[in-house]
Design a protein around this ligand. Sequence first.
Ligand SMILES: NC(=O)c1ccc[n+]([C@@H]2O[C@H](COP(=O)([O-])OP(=O)(O)OC[C@H]3O[C@@H](n4cnc5c(N)ncnc54)[C@H](O)[C@@H]3O)[C@@H](O)[C@H]2O)c1
Length: 296
Amino acid sequence: MTQLENHQIAESPNHIIAVVGAGQMGHGIAHAMLRAGHNVLLLDTSQAFVDAGTKRIIKGLARDVEKERLTEEQRQQAVTRLKTTTSAADLAPADFIIEAVTEKFDVKAGVLRSLEPHCRPETIFASNTSSISITRLAAATDRPGKFVGLHFFNPVPVMKLVEVVPGLQTSPETVEKAIALATSAGKTPVRVNDFPGFVSNRVLMPMINEAVFCLMEGVADAAGVDNVMKLGMNHPMGPLELADLIGLDVCQDIMMVLYESFHDSKYRPCPLLEKMVAAGWLGCKTQRGFYTYPRE
Ligand SMILES: NC(=O)c1ccc[n+]([C@@H]2O[C@H](COP(=O)([O-])OP(=O)(O)OC[C@H]3O[C@@H](n4cnc5c(N)ncnc54)[C@H](O)[C@@H]3O)[C@@H](O)[C@H]2O)c1
């Protein structure tokens, strides 16, 4: 890993992918893109956030060698293809920008607008939003035809699915390029229309929210709720374990998008979920959610 200098980037036949947000999803997307042979520019608001994301990428690439998904030489090459920055101007060479910042419309729209002056007109903007309207985000940018939803799943290097979500304005060529990018990273793209929560979170989040209601009302304890869903429904993880992995703040934000978009009270976030977020108990990333976790 090197700090970005003078827009110098290793020669590669592959794309230059800028990933904005080095958190849970951003670092995973960057990891998957590096593994696929792309050059990655990773941006976050502070060097500390960038460094934390980079540390996780380096660890993930080392694990790929242990598991024989990469050779040591490929790992070393991947590391040299990663550049990090806190300055939007450094994203100028990017072919794709994948935004993976906080799940709030105003934050995402602000970030996208701040990148526009630095990017070439042909650069495709993609959002990893879990639930926010791609049409609305696209309309907030200077390139609605070159804007698309690319919804990766957590942990990104492992999960096969990418929901590819065209907004009303997205051009067919942009959709094709987004599908090709997801495929190049070994993912299986599924094209989904632009409705709140798409398919994944329209189905998953109400289930997680209902599991939190079960816990709050004392129907069962956390392990009991999760065991019912694992042993009875054959889910690999229980909904509360999964909520901890996703991040309880992210779950709450997605429920709020569903609630406000459909104007239907069935999507109101469970008060216990809201209380835990207010306490800063966000799941794995803060070592405490429905369960506790050792520091990495
Ligand atoms: N967590 C999941 O399981 C999951 C799954 C699929 C999609 N998503 C979506 O991915 C996005 C990111 O979620 P996450 O879980 O990675 O969150 P996170 O909190 O782990 O990371 C968000 C990152 O964005 C950075 N950020 C915030 N504002 C920024 C700005 N103005 N410029 C640059 N960076 C900025 C933060 O510093 C942080 O590092 C959200 O839209 C979320 O809905 C999350």
